[in-house]
Write a protein that binds this ligand. Structure first.
Ligand SMILES: *[C@@H]1O[C@H](CO)[C@@H](O)[C@H](O)[C@H]1NC(C)=O
Ligand SMILES: *[C@@H]1O[C@H](CO)[C@@H](O)[C@H](O)[C@H]1NC(C)=O
Ligand SMILES: *[C@@H]1O[C@H](CO)[C@@H](O)[C@H](O)[C@H]1NC(C)=O
Ligand SMILES: *[C@@H]1O[C@H](CO)[C@@H](O)[C@H](O)[C@H]1NC(C)=O
Ligand SMILES: *[C@H]1O[C@@H](CO)[C@H](O)[C@@H](O)[C@@H]1NC(C)=O
Length: 573
C-alpha cells in the first residue's frame, strides 16, 4: 500500500498538500514524519476492542499473507512498531489454533535488503507442493520502485514459522518500462494452471485504468509478464490488493485457489485507492486466454458490489484446508483524527474473519462471521414475538451492550404500504443520509440501536427501510454513525447498501457484532455487510445500551432476537 493514503488532511501538520482530483473523489498525499516514530506513552483503553484483532499499541493496516499451515493459522499485517500513524512498516506476525486466540511472534519481514530497504508492503502466502509456504510481498527499493519479493520460512520444523528468509535472488519481479513503478504492488496468492505454470496478479494502473497485471512462472522464481492483464477497468484508478479465487456454484465449501472445474465461478476483488473502498465481481475465468470476464450481473467499476459498505479495506481471503472454507480478512481503519490516534496510542483493527461463499443466485457472495466466534458468547438474552408499533422501541437488557453479538429476525405484517422507490436513488449512502431513523417511513426504518446512551444522546442505528419498485421491493440497509458520538471532529458517515433479498416470507434478519468502537453488521444472512467505527462518550462500558426500534408507520415484530455478552479471548497478542 502506498504511503499517500494514510495521510488525511490534518491542518496542523499540513505544510504542503498535494491533492489529486478524480471523479470528484480526492486522495490527499502527505506523510507525518513528525508523528510516525512517536512511541505511545500510554494506551487509552476506552474505545479499544475486546474481541477484534488488535495489537497492544500502535498503527496497523492491511492483513497480509493469511494461511493455514500444519495445524496453525498464521496472520501477518502491516504494522508500525514505532507509532500510532502510518510509517516504519513491517510484517507483524501472530499465530492461532482457532482464529480467536492469537499469540504475537516477532515481525516476520522488515526492511533489511536493498530490494525492500524502503518498505515491506502488502502481499500474500502460497503453499507450494511439498507443503512449503512462500510469501510474496512488495518491497520498496533504493530507487523507490515497487518490486515484488519472496520470503520463505527459515526453519520448516519450527511450528510457528517465526523466522523468514529473503533469498538473494530477490526481487522476483521489477516494473518494466510499460509499468508505473509507483503503482505496482500487492501480489496475490499464486494459482497453478493446467499447463504447470504458476500465476499471480500484481495491482496497478495505466493512466486512470485500474489493472491486475498477470505474471507466469514454472519454478516460482522466474516470472514473465503476460501480454495482457488478467483484467482491467477504465476510470477506476489504482487497483490495490487484488484478490482472485474460485467459488463453488453450490454449497458453502471453499475451494483451494488453483481449483478449476465445471461448477466453479471466480471472484475478482480490488481495493480502489481513489475511493478507499473495495468492489468485487463474480465472473468467469477463461483459462485458455488467461482472462477474467465478469458476469453481466456484476457491475464492473465504482458502483459494483462491495464486501462491506463501511470501513473495510485492503482485504484478503485464504483457503482454510482444515475446515474447507474460504475466509476473508479486512482492515477497519479509525474514524477519529490523527491526533486522537497519537493520543490513544493505537490505530486500526481487523474485522472479524468472515467465511465467504457464493449465494444461490450466483450473483453475489455471502459472508458470515466464522463459527469460532460463537465460543466467545457468554450470557444470552432472548426476545420472542415482540410487536413494535410505530415509534416503539424495546431495550435488550441483561447483557454487556458495549461488547455483544446480536442476531435478530424481524417479521413484517405487510409490504403493501411500502413507500415508492425513486429509480434515481442509485447511491444507497445518499438515500440513507436523507432518510435517517428520525425520518418516519412506512415499512421501516426498523432495526437495532447499538451503542446507545440511556437518553439516546448517542446511538449507532443499524436499520432497514423497504421501498416498492414496479416489480419488486428494494431494501436499504444503513449503519449510520451521525449520532454515534457527542464528540466533534470525527468522521461519522451514514454508511449504506442495498440488500438483494427475496421478501416473500416477509422476514428480514440482521446480525451485529458490537465491540466498543466498532459495529459490524450482516444483513439478510450476510448479503450486505457494513462496518462502522464509532467513538461514543456516554455509551461506553456500562453506559451502553442496546434496543430494537421501529420508526415506520407499519407494525414490525421482533420475531426472534438473541443477544450475547461477548467474552475476551484468553490470548490476544
Ligand atoms: C528448527 O526448529 C526446531 C523446532 O522448533 C528446533 O528444534 C531446531 O533447533 C530449529 N533449527 C534451527 C536451525 O534453528
Ligand atoms: C505513476 O503513479 C503515481 C502514483 O499514483 C502517480 O503520481 C504518477 O503520476 C504516475 N505516473 C505516470 C507517468 O502515470
Ligand atoms: C447475461 O448473460 C447470460 C448468460 O450468461 C445471458 O443468458 C443473458 O441474456 C445476458 N443478459 C444480458 C442483459 O446481456
Ligand atoms: C423516531 O422518530 C421520531 C419522530 O421523528 C424521533 O423523535 C425519534 O428520535 C426517532 N427515533 C430514532 C431512534 O431515531
Ligand atoms: C478511513 O478513515 C476515514 C476517515 O479519516 C477516511 O475517510 C477513509 O478514506 C479511510 N479509509 C481507508 C481505507 O483508508
Amino acid at each position: 500500500m502506498e504511503i499517500s493514503k494514510y495521510l488525511s488532511v490534518f491542518a496542523i501538520f499540513v505544510t504542503c498538500l498535494c491533492a489529486i482530483s478524480n471523479n470528484g473523489v480526492h486522495a490527499s498525499h502527505k506523510v507525518f514524519p513528525e508523528l510516525q516514530s512517536l512511541s505511545a506513552v500510554k494506551v487509552r483503553h476506552v474505545h479499544r476492542t475486546c474481541y477484534h484483532f488488535q495489537p497492544p499499541k500502535h498503527w496497523i493496516n492491511d492483513p497480509n499473507g493469511p494461511m493455514y499451515y500444519n495445524g496453525i493459522y498464521h496472520f501477518f499485517y502491516q504494522y508500525n512498531p514505532k507509532g500510532a500513524v502510518w510509517g516504519n512498516i513491517v510484517w507483524a506476525h501472530s499465530v492461532s489454533k482457532d482464529l480467536i486466540n492469537w499469540v504475537a511472534m516477532e515481525p516476520a519481514i522488515y526492511p533489511s535488503k536493498p530490494f525492500d530497504i524502503n518498505g515491506c508492503w502488502s502481499g500474500s502466502a502460497t503453499i507450494l507442493p511439498g507443503n512449503k509456504p512462500v510469501i510474496l510481498y512488495t518491497g520498496i527499493d533504493p530507487q523507490q520502485r515497487q518490486v515484488q519479493n519472496y520470503a520463505v520460512p527459515s526453519n520448516l520444523s519450527d511450528p510457528y514459522l517465526r523466522k523468514w528468509t529473503k533469498p538473494d535472488n530477490n526481487p522476483l519481479v521489477v516494473p518494466d518500462h510499460g509499468i508505473n513503478a509507483s503503482a505496482f504492488r500487492d501480489p496475490t496468492t499464486a494459482w497453478l494452471g493446467s499447463d504447470g505454470h504458476w500465476r499471480i496478479l500484481v495491482g496497478g494502473k495505466r493512466k486512470r485504468r485500474g489493472m491486475a497485471f498477470l505474471y507466469r512462472s514454472r519454478d516460482f522464481v522466474n516470472w514473465v509478464k503476460a501480454k495482457h492483464p488478467l483484467h482491467s477497468s477504465p476510470n477506476t484508478g489504482m487497483w490495490e490488493c487484488p484478490d482472485f479465487y474460485p467459488v463453488s456454484v453450490t454449497g458453502k465449501s471453499g475451494l483451494d485457489t488453483s481449483v478449476m472445474g465445471q461448477n466453479v465461478k471466480h471472484v475478482l476483488k480490488v481495493s480502489l485507492d481513489v475511493t478507499r473502498y473495495e468492489y468485487y465481481t463474480v465472473g468467469r475465468y477463461v483459462r485458455n486466454e488467461d482472462r477474467y470476464v465478469p458476469d453481466n450481473t456484476s457491475a464492473d467499476g465504482w458502483s459494483g458490489l462491495r464486501y462491506d459498505y463501511g470501513n473495510f479495506y485492503a482485504s484478503k481471503t485464504f483457503f482454510d484446508a482444515a475446515k474447507n472454507r474460504r475466509i476473508l480478512w479486512g482492515w477497519a481503519n479509525e474514524s477519529d483524527t490523527r491526533l486522537d490516534d497519537v493520543e490513544k496510542g493505537w490505530a486500526g483493527i481487523q474485522a472479524i474473519p468472515r467465511m465467504v461463499w457464493l449465494d444461490d443466485s450466483g450473483k453475489q457472495l455471502l459472508q458470515w462471521p466464522i463459527k469460532e466466534l460463537e465460543t466467545l458468547r457468554g450470557k444470552n438474552v432472548r426476545l420472542r414475538n415482540k410487536v413494535l408499533k410505530s415509534g416503539e422501541n424495546v431495550e435488550v437488557k441483561g447483557i454487556t451492550a458495549a461488547q455483544a453479538d446480536v442476531d435478530v429476525t424481524f417479521s413484517l405484517q405487510s409490504l403493501d404500504k411500502a413507500e415508492k422507490f425513486d429509480p434515481t436513488w442509485t447511491d444507497a449512502q445518499e438515500v440513507c443520509s436523507k432518510m435517517g431513523t428520525q425520518v418516519k417511513g412506512r415499512v421501516g426504518p426498523f432495526g437495532l440501536l447499538t451503542l446507545a446512551s440511556k437518553k439516546l444522546e448517542e446511538y449507532t442505528p443499524v436499520f432497514f427501510r423497504i421501498f416498492k419498485a414496479p416489480n419488486k421491493h428494494v431494501v436499504l440497509m444503513c449503519s449510520d454513525a451521525r449520532s454515534s458520538s457527542l464528540e466533534g471532529g470525527l468522521y461519522k458517515p451514514p454508511f449504506a447498501g442495498f440488500v438483494d433479498v427475496d421478501l416473500s416470507d416477509k422476514k428480514l434478519s440482521l446480525r451485529s457484532l458490537i465491540d466498543h468502537s466498532v459495529v459490524e453488521s450482516f444483513g439478510a444472512g450476510g448479503k450486505t455487510c457494513i462496518t462502522s467505527r464509532v467513538y461514543p462518550t456516554l455509551a461506553v462500558y456500562e453506559g451502553a445500551h442496546l434496543l430494537a426500534f421501529n420508526n415506520g408507520t407499519e407494525t414490525v415484530t421482533v420475531e426472534n432476537l438473541n443477544a450475547w455478552s461477548m467474552k475476551k479471548p484468553v490470548e490476544m497478542n
